[in-house]
Ligand binder design. Structure first.
Ligand code: PMP
Length: 361
């Protein structure tokens, strides 16, 4: 039976990457050791780290003043590190409330005595559309504006044309990094856990504009709390998760071979549009997000009855369509279509859902 994993993360890896990991896992031909056994202080690992950094800079088309870091603690630790390192001048930030992953950074910043303003929220419409900055928004009153480019749970995305022009912009790109194009230079800090589009859990990517970081007073921070430590020590101030960075590097090579962001975007658009198109024409299922802010990577939908949705998701897993249940706060279904999700998965899912419709209608 062909099976597909629609998990929102950790999620599917590219088949080619899985094959390579399996082949190389027991022993590397050159070092006679497994990647699971080597020190981070080996030429083999230093090479992996350098390759991964160079690939990211090139895929994201970022100039030299942007510094790439590989950190631990997930996106959740970034909710704390970002205000610690970058809200040192005014101690006041603005966060667009687009849903669940906007709430945690609000709580983290407030716990650090940083004032948080919410210049826009779509809470009253259950986050089915995105909030935007008001026309009279004065960005000089804030250290930065924080937004979540892709809302993993609610299924909405700020696409390139919706990214605001402000002095300093921080983006949580955990669930759509390298899945669609942005002018990445519009952001002064980007972070993303690896476990959706970049590899496996255990490593978090953060990229900062060094010029902006240089303006901050970081004298109150301990070494592990500072981005500058990771930059100066090449992400090896402590022992990094060697295996997670190795997988990240393989995924980045796979992305390059897939035509970079442009190549993946074309494929991601095709996958998502097929599924939305089916949902828009179905008389049984409905997409929960209807406008142009629909996510390409997390498609949320429902049959309109929570109990029935749960039963269908359960039955779908018996047919090989795993992890289709929506997040507990939203319900319904969520099909995560990250970079590694094959187009065939969407074709087969649509065929399966058509059969489900016939059963119920
Ligand atoms: N931001 C977004 C948009 C996410 O989807 C997630 C995790 N699903 C996080 C942050 C938190 O990441 P982590 O669990 O790796 O800390």
């Amino acid at each position: 039976m062909t099976t597909y994993n629609f998990s929102a993360g950790p999620s599917s890896l590219p088949t080619e990457v899985m094959t390579q990991i399996t082949q190389e896992l027991t022993k590397n031909q050159a070092t006679h050791m497994s990647i699971l056994e080597i020190s981070h202080r080996t030429p083999q690992f230093e090479n992996i780290l350098d390759e991964a950094k160079a690939s990211l800079k090139s895929l994201l088309d970022l100039p030299d003043n942007y510094k790439v870091m590989f950190l631990s603690g997930g996106g959740t630790t970034q909710f704390e590190m970002v205000p610690m390192n970058l809200a040192t001048r005014l101690k006041k930030i603005a966060i667009l409330d687009s849903g669940n992953f906007a709430h945690k950074p609000i709580g983290a910043a407030e716990a650090l005595n940083v004032t948080v303003d919410v210049p826009g929220t779509t809470r009253s419409i259950k986050y089915r559309e995105l909030p935007h900055l008001p026309a009279q928004f004065d960005d000089t009153q804030y250290d930065y504006v924080h937004l979540v480019t892709n809302n993993t749970i609610e299924g909405t995305t700020y696409h390139q044309e919706d990214i605001p022009d402000v002095q300093h912009l921080v983006a949580d790109m955990s669930s759509n990094i390298l899945a669609e194009p942005y002018d990445f230079k519009k952001f002064d800090l980007i972070f993303a856990g690896a476990q959706k589009n970049l590899g496996i859990a255990g490593i978090t990517l953060a990229i900062v504009n060094q010029d902006w970081l240089d303006e901050q007073d970081l004298s109150h921070l301990a070494p592990m709390q500072k981005y500058q430590t990771a930059i100066d020590k090449d992400s090896m101030y402590n022992t990094p998760p060697v295996f997670a960075i190795y997988v990240l590097n393989l995924v980045l090579k796979w992305i390059e071979q897939s035509g970079g962001i442009a190549g993946l975007y074309e494929k991601n658009q095709r996958k998502a549009h097929k599924l939305y198109d089916y949902l828009d024409h179905s008389s049984f299922f409905d997409a929960m997000v209807t406008g142009k802010e629909r996510s390409l990577t997390n498609v949320v939908f429902t049959s309109g009855d929570a109990k029935r949705d749960a039963q269908i998701a359960q039955k779908a897993s018996q047919a090989g369509f795993y992890n289709l249940a929506g997040h507990r706060s939203v319900g319904g279904f969520r099909a995560s279509l990250y970079n590694a999700q094959p187009e065939q998965a969407v074709d087969d899912l649509i065929a399966y859902l058509k059969n489900v419709e016939m059963e119920y209608l």
